[in-house]
Structures are given as structure tokens and as C-alpha cells.
Ligand binder design. Structure first.
Ligand SMILES: [Zn+2]
Length: 147
């Protein structure tokens, strides 16, 4: 599908994201930065994420999507250029059997970065997924890590 002419587009607010939005299981609000409220929509990444959702067949709770660089540098050791600042990374709140299924599908669908946070309370557990590549300046891919 073609959305936003397939170009990464930054919006001041998720309310500014043009409708119809083609990603039926997600809302722009879920991807807005918890810092300044902006949202960077990258259609190629969202296409991949919706395909993952289709195959996974269950709700995917996005606990973090886009992060503006200033906010990311406050919450992540990756600073102002971390994966979430590209609009091509999400954290999905999930654990156990469902987390395993999500990782297995993500690898098959072209996601290249996988962070595993599976300690502590179930609500605090998540899987980070992104589709970044070395040419995007994000080190070696594919790569899996833990927190
Ligand atoms: Zn993440």
C-alpha cells in the first residue's frame, strides 16, 4: 500500500496524521513520543508492523513508539540518535509464550533488531523490535540484546 507517498513524515501531533490511516490494528496515538508528543510515521516500517500483527493474530500493546531525540536521551542510553528516534522501532508489552511467538515471527518478517526485557512484573516486560540496518548507522544487524 502507499501511504504518505511512502516517505517518513513527522507530525506535531497524532491528530495531524492524515486519515484514512491504513494500519487497522493501530492508532497514531500509540506511536507518539511521550516527550514532545510528535509522531514520526515511517510507512515502510508500519507496513511491516501491520503484517506482523496480522500473522501474530493478537493485540499488540505498544508501550513505546517514536521518541523525539531529547526525550530519548532522557530515557535511553542510546541518546539523541537511538532506534526509537527513527520512527522504526517499537516496544511491545508482552511476555512468555506470546513474546516467544512474536520474536519468531518478527525475524521471519524482516525485523533486524530485537531487545528482550523479560524480568520483573509481567506488565514491565516487553520486546523491542526495529528494522534498522548498518547503513542506517545502527551498528550490526541482525542483533538481539537484553536489558
Ligand atoms: Zn525499544
Amino acid at each position: 500500500m502507499t501511504y504518505l507517498d511512502n516517505k517518513p513524515t513527522l507530525f506535531k501531533s497524532p491528530k495531524d496524521v492524515p486519515m484514512p490511516w491504513p494500519y487497522k490494528n493501530f492508532k497514531p496515538e500509540e506511536f507518539a513520543s511521550n516527550g514532545n508528543g510528535e509522531v514520526l510515521v515511517v510507512p515502510s516500517f508500519m507496513d511491516k508492523l501491520q503484517l506482523l500483527r496480522d500473522k501474530y493474530g493478537r493485540p499488540m500493546l505498544i508501550s513505546s513508539g517514536y521518541r523525539d531525540p531529547a526525550y530519548n536521551s532522557r530515557v535511553s542510553s542510546t541518546g539523541t540518535k537511538g532506534p526509537h528516534t527513527t520512527g522504526r522501532a517499537v516496544d511491545v508489552q508482552v511476555f512468555g509464550k506470546k513474546a516467544f511467538a512474536l520474536i519468531a515471527l518478527a525475524g521471519a518478517l524482516g525485523f533486524t533488531g530485537c531487545g528482550v526485557a523479560q524480568k520483573g512484573s509481567h506488565r514491565a516486560r516487553f520486546i523491542h523490535l526495529d528494522d534498522l540496518m548498518p547503513e542506517d548507522g545502527h551498528s550490526i544487524r541482525p542483533w538481539i540484546w537484553s536489558y
